[in-house]
Structure formats: structure tokens, C-alpha cells
Design a protein around this ligand. Structure first.
Ligand code: ZN
Length: 319
């Protein structure tokens, strides 16, 4: 199970392998919010790779992938250190929600956090400045939440700096052919890391609150490819030969209602195309949803009950 620690030792020692719980803060009920972590060190010192999942509490395929990485990594073939964070946002994980129920904040909108803030801000601060500090690379694993699903893609920051090259190279090594170069976005982990000088990539796969093996296995394979890329294991790296670059266009529901969806994941859509409509409790159409641009539907909410502003679909537009 591992010790509960307020100041975890994250140093490299040959063949070190340890599971720990890092304390974020004492809670109202007298317990403490903690983050489970596992440090795995190889025979020789080298790069430090951090793999973090469970930033959103209802995105579970990354969580399962991190667990399986723990079972897969062979310390005798490893150079450097892998730090695994299977569930970054434990309170959200327990409540099966995207947001942390203790302060109703979205952890991936408050990075790098503050040491004296709300519980999510303190959690973000501990993650960035203690667990991810000094990382050679951070791989962050996400997915759609419990209500929807998406096609796999990988994000990296698109800024004129060496961080971009290092992050982009890691994204090509990970193996997903669909890549999303993103601007700096306040509160998002890979942005906060870029501002600290740490390369990072953030993946998306699956959803529906499931742990589909065909999804988490792709995450496990991707992280192992990144370990090859960083020369943490000696097998030669393989890179995506024909990457596709896309912009992300989320479509938010203009009203609440039952959503009659007229598209499927992966469909090609044209700008202005009607993607569905919203029905009031009498079954009367009150509004509709149209594609904001030409592209491919990369994500969609599967649950038909929709609140105003829900992200009902995502269109990838070619860059
Ligand atoms: Zn997420």
C-alpha cells in the first residue's frame, strides 16, 4: 500500500520501487486528501518520465493504463526513473465526476495551482511543483467523461520554443496519428508545465466511464514507445510516419433538452450541417446544433439528456 508522506523522497536509487501516498491537505472529516504515486527506478540513472492519469475523476482508461504500466515495466531493462500517478484527483475519482466535489473545481483548469488556495488549487500546486518538477517529460492521460466517447488524439503546446519540439517529438513517438497543437491555455496542465520548461503531451481516448482494453492497451503501448524515444529502454523508437494535425472546435448545447443526435463519431461533416436538435419535455424542437466548420467528429456526448452548455460534440478541422 505504501507510506503516507507529506514530503515524499523522489530521488533516483538503483532499482528503487516504492508506492507512496502524498498528503495534499487535511479534510473536514479528519482524513487527509492524498495522491497515490509509484516510483520505479532502473539500473542506471537517466531521464525522469512522469505518467499522470485521473486528473478528471470519470476518465478511467488512463488510470487502468498506469496500473498496467506498473505491472509491465522491467526495472532491469530501464534507465532512469518512471513516476506513475494513477489517480491524481482522488476526491473526483471517488465521486465519479470530472470536477473535485470538495470545491467544484476542474483540476485541469487550475494548474499550476497555489499553496494556499482551495483543495484543487493545492492539489495542482503539489502536482506541478513536487511531483512533476524536474521531469524530462510528462505524459498526461485523459478521455471523455462518463457521458461520451471520442477518437484517440494527442495534444502538445504549439509555441515558438524548444518545449514545442520536444513535446511534438514525444507525441510522434506515442503513436496516435491525430495530433492537436494547442496554444497556451490558462489552467491546463501542459500549459503550466511549458511555462516551467517541462515538455508534456496530453492524450485523449475512450470514455463512458469504461476501461476498454483496446483503449488502455493503446495508452500502455504509447508510453512504452515514449520510453524508447527517451532512450529509457534500448529498443529503437518508432514514430508516426503520417501525422494529421487538427484544430479542436467544441460544440456546446445552446439549450437544455433531449438531444436527437444525427451524426456518429468519425463522421465527416460540413460547416453549417445540422448535427441534431433539442426537444423540450413535450417533444417540441426548441433549438438545433450545427457544425461550426468542415471536419471530422472527434468526440460526442452519448447521453441524450443535455444541459445548456454541455459539450455535445467536437469537430476536428484540418490545419
Ligand atoms: Zn480529462
Amino acid at each position: 500500500m505504501g507510506q503516507i508522506l507529506t514530503a515524499p523522497d523522489l530521488q533516483y536509487h538503483p532499482f528503487r520501487r516504492e508506492r507512496m501516498h502524498c498528503v495534499v491537505a487535511p479534510l473536514l472529516d479528519g482524513t487527509r486528501l492524498t495522491i497515490p504515486i509509484e516510483i520505479i527506478c532502473g539500473a542506471a540513472d537517466g531521464p525522469r518520465l512522469v505518467v499522470i492519469a485521473g486528473v478528471h475523476g470519470d476518465e478511467l482508461e488512463g488510470v487502468r493504463a498506469v496500473q498496467m504500466l506498473s505491472a509491465t515495466i522491467d526495472q532491469h531493462r530501464l534507465s532512469g526513473t518512471v513516476l506513475l500517478i494513477p489517480v491524481a484527483n482522488m476526491a473526483a475519482f471517488v465521486s465519479r465526476t470530472r470536477r473535485n466535489p470538495l470545491d467544484n473545481m476542474d483540476l485541469n483548469r487550475v494548474f499550476p495551482g497555489r499553496p494556499d488556495g482551495t483543495i484543487s488549487e493545492r492539489l495542482a500546486y503539489l502536482i506541478v511543483y513536487t511531483l512533476l518538477a524536474n521531469a524530462t517529460l510528462v505524459v498526461s492521460l485523459h478521455g471523455f467523461g462518463a457521458l461520451g466517447t471520442l477518437m484517440p488524439w494527442m495534444e502538445f503546446v504549439d509555441i515558438p520554443a524548444s518545449i514545442r519540439q520536444e513535446s511534438h517529438a514525444a507525441a510522434l513517438a506515442f503513436g496516435f496519428p491525430d495530433l492537436m497543437p494547442l496554444p497556451l491555455l490558462p489552467g491546463v496542465l501542459i500549459t503550466a508545465l511549458a511555462q516551467c520548461g517541462i515538455p508534456a503531451i496530453e492524450g485523449e481516448i475512450g470514455g463512458m466511464g469504461m476501461i476498454d482494453p483496446s483503449n488502455w492497451r493503446r495508452y500502455v503501448t504509447g508510453v512504452i514507445q515514449v520510453m524508447r524515444h527517451l532512450r529509457m529502454i534500448s529498443d529503437p523508437p518508432v514514430y508516426v510516419a503520417d501525422p494529421r494535425y487538427w484544430g479542436l472546435h467544441w460544440i456546446h448545447a445552446p439549450a437544455g433538452g433531449l438531444f436527437e443526435r444525427r451524426f456518429a463519431l468519425g463522421d465527416h461533416v460540413a460547416s453549417g450541417q445540422r448535427l441534431g436538435f433539442l426537444l423540450n419535455p413535450f417533444g417540441e424542437e426548441i433549438d438545433s446544433v450545427v457544425a461550426p466548420c468542415d471536419g471530422v467528429v472527434g468526440a460526442c456526448q452519448m447521453a441524450a439528456s443535455v444541459h445548456p452548455g454541455d459539450p455535445v460534440a467536437l469537430v476536428w478541422s484540418p490545419l
